[in-house]
Design a protein around this ligand. Structure first.
Ligand code: AHG
Ligand code: MN
Ligand code: MN
Length: 359
């Protein structure tokens, strides 16, 4: 029988390996695990808001049941605003930096999160997720600023995600391997189920919204034909799996081997950067992909080396097996000069910050 390790104990053991890591960092990861358990509980009732009487559809806090992404967003904020561990937060659901209320202490980390990923799948009972990442405070002032948030992924101290699927799983890394925990609802604990996840050398799947093929650039069209074994040296075709929740597609490819791509295109030449969000989706998953032996790119170069210029910056995303992602970069270099010319100036924009925001 494998050893039974809860996520709390695993985090504590990880902290022991990082003498400089304070209890605050460990407690911050606990807080995310607790938020995940509470959101998981609400996802099982997501469709019942209209069915149960008013009395029934209140959550454990007696609050009127809300749309799940609002609930998840507020749950993560309320779990972290008062702990004194964070100096600021940022959420996919909020335009600007989320300050720590002045009557609470400010801490050494910032938390960025996509509270509910795959929102279009909530009402049709398809798996969805939460994505989060943690940077260290770098600004010199008392409270957090935009400078603390707009850091490249290479600087991350931790990142993780939760998949609310047939089972609820939490996967995280602090840079010492990528570890997966499965929620035992009866016990209410996340138990270690996938220690030190490594992307399998042989990929099984590719994930892309084929409905966008009409708009793909020449390089991307040829790349997908290569993934399908139609173009190039006649490789074994990959299976196509696309759930429409990034976390779920990423999770399956992490465990089985594969590549997820959401490319940019030239439908709107001044918006060549696709749909994925750098600070709330791509950075966190790129950190995990690299620590599991994979790779993530925006089609030009490593996702983790991109210097963010704005909080809601969108990037093309290619993530999974390193050889498959690098092949995408090849096809783009060879066939998509027009797209590259439109995207590069945006990619290399510098952050626009006021004196005060620059901390
Ligand atoms: P979110 O619900 O947080 O906005 O994320 C949705 C994203 C991502 O989860 C998914 O891979 C992608 O949108 C699907 O986009 P398309 O429906 O355009 O394929
Ligand atoms: Mn998302
Ligand atoms: Mn979302």
């Amino acid at each position: 029988m494998a050893r039974i390790v809860t996520i709390e104990r695993h985090i504590l053991e990880t902290q022991r390996q990082h003498p400089e890591a304070t209890g605050a960092f460990t407690a911050l990861l606990y807080d995310m695990a607790l938020a995940a358990k509470i959101i998981a509980r609400e996802t099982t009732r997501a469709g019942l808001a209209g069915v149960l009487g008013a009395a029934e559809n209140h959550n454990v806090y007696g609050e009127q049941q809300q749309k799940l992404d609002v609930f998840a967003d507020q749950m993560i904020f309320k779990m972290n605003d008062h702990t004194g561990r964070l100096c600021a937060m940022a959420s996919e659901e909020h335009e600007d930096i989320i300050p720590i209320p002045p009557h609470f202490d400010s801490g050494k980390y910032v938390l960025l999160y996509d509270p509910l990923d795959g929102s279009s799948n909530i009402d049709v009972n398809v798996s969805i997720g939460t994505i989060f990442s943690i940077h260290r405070k770098v600004s010199t002032g008392q409270r957090g600023t935009l400078q603390d948030l707009l850091q490249p992924g290479r600087k991350l101290v931790a990142a993780g995600y939760v998949v609310y699927g047939s089972s609820t799983m939490m996967v995280y890394s602090t840079g010492e391997g990528v570890h997966g925990f499965t929620l035992d609802p009866g016990v209410g604990e996340f138990l270690l189920s996938h220690e030190n996840i490594r992307v399998p050398a042989t990929a099984k799947y590719y994930s892309a919204n084929q409905g966008n093929e009409k708009f793909w650039t020449p390089g991307i069209r040829r790349y997908v034909k290569w993934l399908q074994g139609i173009e190039g040296e006649g490789r074994q075709p990959l299976g196509h799996r696309y759930i429409g929740s990034l976390v779920s597609d990423f999770h399956r490819n992490l465990l089985r081997g594969g590549v997820f791509l959401y490319p940019g295109d030239l439908q709107k030449p001044d918006e060549p950067y696709g749909k994925m969000r750098l600070m709330f989706e791509a950075q966190a998953l790129a950190f995990l992909a690299e620590h599991a032996g994979g790779y993530a790119s925006d089609g030009i170069g490593p996702m983790l080396d991109i210097q963010p210029h704005s909080l809601h910056q969108r990037v093309p995303l290619f993530i999974g097996n390193r050889d498959l992602v690098e092949k995408a970069e090849d096809y783009i270099r060879r066939y998509d000069q027009e797209w590259v010319a439109a995207y590069l100036p945006i990619r290399s924009r510098q952050p626009v910050m006021t004196e005060e925001q620059a901390g």
